[in-house]
Write a protein that binds this ligand. Structure first.
Ligand code: GLV
Ligand code: MN
Ligand code: MN
Length: 422
């Protein structure tokens, strides 16, 4: 079994976290803000490409800005083993979300180089554009385009809150590559990612094998009422878009607690009022709705219930509502064969593990549409909290996760015939 260099992995994680670092007032901690295709993201991209190049990888950039570095196999015509994740972050991130999979992949290559390990299949390490969806409104954007679920043109035309397009920002940052976005189909895909939840830590294990990803639905809801004076307009005469927004938020919570929609989780993470003044009843409210549930039928039922509730708002509040789709993914189940290979490899490494479904979205769920894919989870401290600077996975857990990644890559890319070759 090969072991990666844990200090070197940790140093890379900490160094990358300096790009986009900020002082987070809410936690008093240093966080990371590196939204996709911003200057900070471009700077981090250049750093990661430099590390890829130093590790001997041949780097290419595709038309949606996904970056991939390739290590040749002894039979280089065979489909590669692809390892990847993302380096863009939410605006209040820690150092590990996404970066562990990318820098872990580079560390696997460094370790193979050091131990003179050649593989039959080529190995590629990549990162995908706008996994978080925070800037342009659609998560797993780069991987979804690569997998063919979303069209390149659709992705290029998406805009941020300032009206800047993905295409424009790709060009501005120099990441408007020329490689085709529908990349050659890999032999298999592996992604090592922090768990972002409490399951592994409660079980007392550092690593997990991910069975799949739950369904995710993102919608934007625009509510329109009427502005009026806060002091003079009788309560019964109001068309208060703010009140309607509050009703929607409460209904989502009720839906989650009701049990009617399985294990539904619902979040309104972004809300704004117009005209947004203390003494003016809101004429409009815009909110985002994030629904997640590990069951497609439950998601269909939840979405249609929500649409019905919105349709009833004119009657209850004198406010109209229109829902706009931002993103939607169905439940994805990862390859049982790759999961079994991970389980066997973990056992041989002496790493206890649990299996878990992912609550978060991941590039692996997109790539799973084109090749066998699976994920390794790494435990987090503070209850596995993530999307805040409190996110923290210790060096041992990260090292164990990437050891598992390295040995699984070796098995997948090793002598032809050891995994599904004919
Ligand atoms: C990605 O981080 C997600 O929102 O699940
Ligand atoms: Mn992530
Ligand atoms: Mn994330």
């Amino acid at each position: 079994m090969i072991r990666i260099n844990r200090d070197r992995l940790w140093d890379s994680l900490m160094e990358l976290a300096r790009i986009g670092a900020y002082q987070d007032a809410a936690t008093g901690l240093t966080g990371v803000k590196r939204l996709s295709l911003t200057d900070e993201d471009a700077c981090a991209r250049r750093q990661v490409i430099a590390w890829m190049t130093e590790a001997g990888l041949k780097v290419r950039v595709d038309r949606i800005g996904n970056v991939c570095g390739r290590r040749a196999g002894t039979d280089d015509a065979l489909p590669c083993v692809l390892v990847g994740s993302h380096i863009d972050t939410v605006a209040t991130a820690g150092a590990f979300d996404g970066t562990l999979g990318v820098l872990g992949g580079i560390e696997v290559v460094r370790a193979f180089n050091e131990h003179d390990i050649l593989t039959t299949r080529p190995i590629e390490v990549g990162f995908f554009t706008e996994e978080e969806g925070v800037r342009f409104g659609t998560d797993m954007l780069g991987s979804a385009v690569t997998a063919g679920r979303l069209a390149l043109d659709y992705a290029h035309k998406l805009t941020d809150d300032d009206g800047k397009t993905v295409a424009g920002e790709l060009a501005r940052t120099g990441f408007d590559g020329s490689e085709p976005e529908r990349r050659p189909v890999p032999f298999a895909y592996l992604e090592c990612h922090i768990e972002q939840g409490p399951i592994l830590a409660s079980a007392g294990v550092d690593v997990g094998i991910v069975t799949g990803v739950q369904s995710i639905s993102w919608q934007r809801l625009l509510l329109r009422g009427a502005a009026a004076h806060a002091g003079t307009t009788p309560i019964g005469h109001r068309q208060d878009a703010g009140l309607a927004a509050a009703a929607v938020i409460m209904e989502i919570r009720r839906m989650c607690e009701s049990g009617e929609f399985g294990e539904l989780r619902g979040t309104v993470g972004k809300l704004s009022f117009e005209p947004g003044q203390t003494n003016v009843i809101p004429a409009a409210a815009t909110l985002t709705i994030d629904l997640r549930v590990p069951d497609d039928a439950a998601m269909t039922a939840a979405e249609s219930h929500l649409a019905g509730f919105v349709a009833g708002l004119p009657g209850s509040y004198g406010v109209t509502g229109s829902l706009e789709r931002m993103a939607k993914t169905s439940v994805v189940r990862f390859s049982p064969d790759v999961q079994a290979l991970l389980a066997e490899t973990a056992s041989e490494l002496g790493l206890p593990y649990v299996t878990a479904m992912s609550g978060a979205g991941h590039d692996a769920q997109e790539i799973a549409a084109i090749c066998p894919a699976a994920m390794i989870f790494v435990a987090g401290e503070n209850g596995g909290i993530s999307h805040t600077p409190r996110e923290y996975s210790n060096p041992t857990a990260c090292g164990n996760g990437v050891d598992l990644l390295a040995n699984a890559v070796l098995r997948l890319a090793g002598p032809a015939g050891n995994f599904g070759d004919s």
